[in-house]
Design a protein around this ligand. Structure first.
Ligand code: PBG
Length: 323
């Protein structure tokens, strides 16, 4: 290979058109999923301090906003519910008239072509804030599986296109697949949050969902941040149990995990650019320390470059204007 001065890598960087021609990674709105928070009531549009630009909506305002975004080219939304009441066993999660189930039914009717993904977990619905049932002060894995499977099934019955278990219990993908198939939902894919780390970057989300654990933390079920081989084992097991796609979460501190999952598996890889990753850039931009649009596009591009096929991002709404 020729070297300098025959080779000059700056040649293709000289103009915007030349750079565009040789660009290796592009963002496409079709690859993005917009997370939305639905809460009880009517006419609710409550801005969230920790997630600037994102609001808690009631079913009616959610339908309006989702229709508007779908009209702008947004393909998919991921729904989170904030129930009126929480209890020990997270009843609101699998209530056929629960908040997510109501939202899914309403959206199914209003925006039939919008892809509806649902987060399957108990933490927003349990009074103790853990993702499973608590027994003797510990999160009980096997007892939680049935409730998680019921939750996923109730979402599918309401009309969800895709269910996304995010609880990190062992064996949940098999349990969810079994429940769905048993009731005729063999066409509903599962996106497994296979590599969900015990991360500090969920801070703003937990405030929004009021889902911070009342005691202890989530380290006994979410992945330990230093581990990547263990993440790949989680991915492998989830695929064996029937996962249709894998999710890595958070995204930016775990780009190596995204790249490793991409290299190891042929299933679609999702990455969740979580609340804290978004809030950091928003806060720095508000202080005038960086340009939000440029920083956001650079961060999201890095997630694609690492190997993600699909990105879940709070910037999806802005991307509809930026791209
Ligand atoms: C759990 C769940 C969490 C997020 C999505 N699903 C939080 C947690 O584990 O505490 C975080 C998303 C974000 O921070 O944007 N159901």
């Amino acid at each position: 290979m020729a070297t300098f001065p025959v080779t000059r890598l700056r040649r293709f960087r000289r103009t915007g058109a030349l750079r565009s021609l040789v660009r290796e990674t592009r963002l496409d709105l079709g690859d993005f999923v917009y997370p939305m928070f639905v809460s009880p009531g009517a006419g609710v549009d409550e801005p969230l301090a920790g997630l600037p630009g994102i609001a808690r909506l009631s079913v009616d305002t959610l339908v309006e906003e989702a229709s508007r975004l779908h009209g702008l080219g947004v393909n998919a939304v991921l729904l989170f519910g904030i129930p009126e009441e929480k209890d020990d066993v997270g009843s609101g999660a699998y209530d056929e008239d629960g908040i997510v189930q109501q939202a899914v039914r309403a959206l199914r009717g209003a925006t039939p072509s919008l892809v509806l993904l649902t987060d399957v977990c108990l933490c927003e619905y349990t009074s103790h804030g853990h993702c499973g049932l608590v027994e003797d002060g510990e999160v009980a894995n096997d007892l939680s599986l049935e409730l998680l499977a019921r939750t996923a099934l109730s979402h599918a019955e309401a009309g969800a296109d895709v269910v996304c278990p995010s609880d990190m219990m062992d064996g949940r993908i098999g349990a969810v697949r079994g429940a769905l198939d048993g009731e005729g939902f063999d066409q509903v894919p599962i996106v497994a949050y296979s590599a969900k780390y015990a991360s500090a970057f969920y801070g703003p989300f937990r405030e929004v969902a009021d889902s911070a654990p009342a005691f202890g933390d989530r380290r006994s079920y979410q992945l330990d941040p230093p581990n990547v081989r263990e993440a790949l084992r989680e991915c492998e097991l989830d695929l064996e149990e029937g996962a249709d796609a894998l999710m890595i979460k958070p995204a930016l501190p775990y780009l190596d995990v995204i790249a490793a999952a991409r290299a190891s598996f042929d299933a679609p890889v999702f990455a969740y650019n979580v609340s804290g990753e978004y809030a950091m850039v928003k806060a720095a931009a508000q202080a005038g320390w960086l340009d939000e649009r440029q920083a956001a596009l650079e961060a999201l591009t890095s997630i694609k470059r690492a190997g993600a096929d699909v990105i879940i991002s709070y910037w999806t709404r802005e991307l509809a204007a930026w791209l």
